[in-house]
Design a protein around this ligand. Structure first.
Ligand code: NG6
Ligand code: CA
Length: 505
């Protein structure tokens, strides 16, 4: 009996302590802020998910987010390639305002100024812990990086408390993971050297040593060989630090899960930047053959599985209903992006871009219109939204969500649209593809006349170059089959003037 009352007393004590703690106003305020997770795929197209109409690939875990959240039909990356899109996502700035925001080599310096506003910085100020796991591709250091010392500035200097990244792309050297500025598993007796111009003496290359390759290169990708895969750029040393391509998805997943587990007590922002389905496509053996589409389909299924596991972790750790998940991709799809991996020959009936025209590198819609999903269990009413939104707008919108404001960037505050409470999105959006720009305004899409070949034959994608300006009404011509530039000169003029005004030219 005595024991029981003692137990009761101590239980009461604990409860009252917890209560007092909760009463502290700051704690309570912070408790309202949800965790924010951005799940960002690499080169996933508008038609690559079953929830966005794919019939040859099944993505049940991402579909669960789409069907339980807001599925955007007019959700855009800022750009049709990786670096500029990631730049816009993290800084809220139009990437064409920064001439360095182009596809970067692995040796490029950091292109985000450490003075600049960023999404993680903003959240840090509001009491969030912040982390990136996955692909970076925004440059590291200030030129001439020594990979054997702390690599800085990088993600940790622009707002991330923690970072576990691959520097550039899976097809570029250095093929190592970097944790908070340090190459993981680096043996000091086997230092890393990286060069994008010249090979290191005696090092085999994809070009000269085809006998060493397990994956053949189609264009580019003929420099240093790592795990039988020829890469872009030359690298020497760092053997123990080299990643295993087939384990990369599991590796990043484990890091993302571990982050959730160790940060569930405080609001956190996690940027989970997955590498699929960018080349080289290297599904773990347990996913090989899961689709009939070859490795591209298989790595999409692998990514979907990872996302399912990740969401399970949020649930098991008790934070799913306090976490806003934003899902999207950095740019449109490509089948052959430089390796012979059967992704083009086995593609069959699959349409990676859905009904959209173009693909990665393109100013046509498939370049930038992305699968775009917001999910927040118990808070977001499931639905489909046609609001025009861009990843760049997350910065100002998330600012509002956490009770602050940011007007210093190009990011527009569209919180209600992101939470599915309003269909009102942007009026206008400048889209970018390999340094060319176009204007989306209302239902209209205007592509100024750019010289150059209309078709990038290496990747077999129409990039949007034309001798004449192009104008489409996406409402009745989503597939951009009929330019009305000639038949509607007034609209053309209006769009051109708006484009010039917005570009500040
Ligand atoms: C291109 C690469 C391509 C891919 C792309 C970057 C060649 C010929 N092509 O230069 O394979 O790596 O850069 O992709 O090297 S992105 O998704 O990171 O923008
Ligand atoms: Ca990409």
């Amino acid at each position: 009996m005595k024991k029981l009352s003692l137990l009761l007393l101590s239980a009461l004590f604990i409860v009252s302590c917890a209560k007092t703690k909760k009463k502290e106003p700051v704690q309570e305020e912070k408790a309202k802020n949800p965790n924010i997770v951005v799940i960002y795929l690499d080169d996933l197209g508008y038609g690559d998910l079953s929830s966005y109409g794919a019939t040859e690939i099944s993505t049940p875990n991402i579909d669960a987010l789409a069907n339980g959240g807001v599925k955007f039909t007019n959700g855009y990356a800022s750009s049709a390639t990786c670096t500029p899109s990631r730049y816009a996502l993290l800084t809220g700035m139009y990437p064409w305002k920064n001439t360095s925001a182009k596809i970067l080599p692995g040796t490029a310096p950091l292109i985000i100024s450490t003075e600049q506003q960023t999404l993680p910085k903003l959240l840090k100020k509001e009491g969030y812990d912040t982390a990136i796991v996955g692909k970076w591709h925004l440059g590291l250091g200030s030129g001439n990086v020594n990979w054997n010392e702390k690599v800085t500035p990088g993600p940790n200097e622009v707002g991330f408390d923690e970072s576990y990244i691959l520097a550039a792309t899976q097809d570029r050297v250095p093929t190592v993971y970097i944790k908070d500025g340090y190459v993981v598993n680096l043996d000091p007796n086997d230092p890393i050297e990286v060069d994008y111009k010249n090979n290191f003496e005696g090092q085999p290359t994809g070009k000269d040593n085809p006998e060493l390759l397990t994956m053949k290169w189609h264009h580019g990708h003929n420099s240093s060989i790592v795990n039988g895969i020829p890469r872009i750029g030359f690298m020497k040393g760092g053997d123990a630090a080299k990643w295993s391509d087939v384990d990369m998805a599991d590796h990043f997943l484990e890091k993302a899960q571990a982050y959730v587990k160790s940060h569930k007590e405080k609001p956190f922002f996690l940027y989970y930047a997955m590498q699929q389905p960018h080349v080289p496509r290297t599904p773990h053996p347990r996913f090989v053959g899961k689709t009939n589409l070859g490795p591209r389909g298989d790595v999409i299924v692998e990514a979907d599985w990872c996302i399912g596991e990740f969401v399970k972790t949020l649930e098991e750790e008790g934070v799913l209903d306090n976490t806003l998940i934003i899902f999207s991709s950095d740019n449109g799809p490509v089948l052959n992006d430089g390796y012979y991996d059967d992704s083009d020959t086995k593609n069959g009936e699959h349409t990676p871009a859905g009904v959209l025209r173009g693909g990665k590198y393109s100013l046509f819609e498939a370049g930038t219109r992305m699968p775009f999903i917001t999910y927040w269990k118990g808070q977001i009413q499931p639905g489909v939204s046609d609001a025009l939104v861009c990843q760049m707008d997350l910065l100002a919108s998330v600012a509002k969500l956490v009770g602050t404001e940011d007007k210093s960037t190009d990011s527009q505050e569209l919180l209600d649209a992101f939470l599915g409470k309003s269909e009102k999105g942007r009026e206008d959006l400048i889209l970018e593809a390999t340094s060319r720009t176009a204007l989306r305004s209302g239902d209209w899409l205007y592509i100024p006349s750019y010289g150059g070949k209309p078709l990038n034959t290496q990747v077999n994608i129409e990039v949007g170059n034309s001798d004449v300006p192009l104008l489409y009404n996406l409402k009745n011509d989503l597939s951009q089959q009929n330019s009305v530039a000639e038949s509607n000169p007034e609209k053309l003029k209006e769009m051109h003037n708006k484009f010039i005004a917005l570009r500040g030219e």
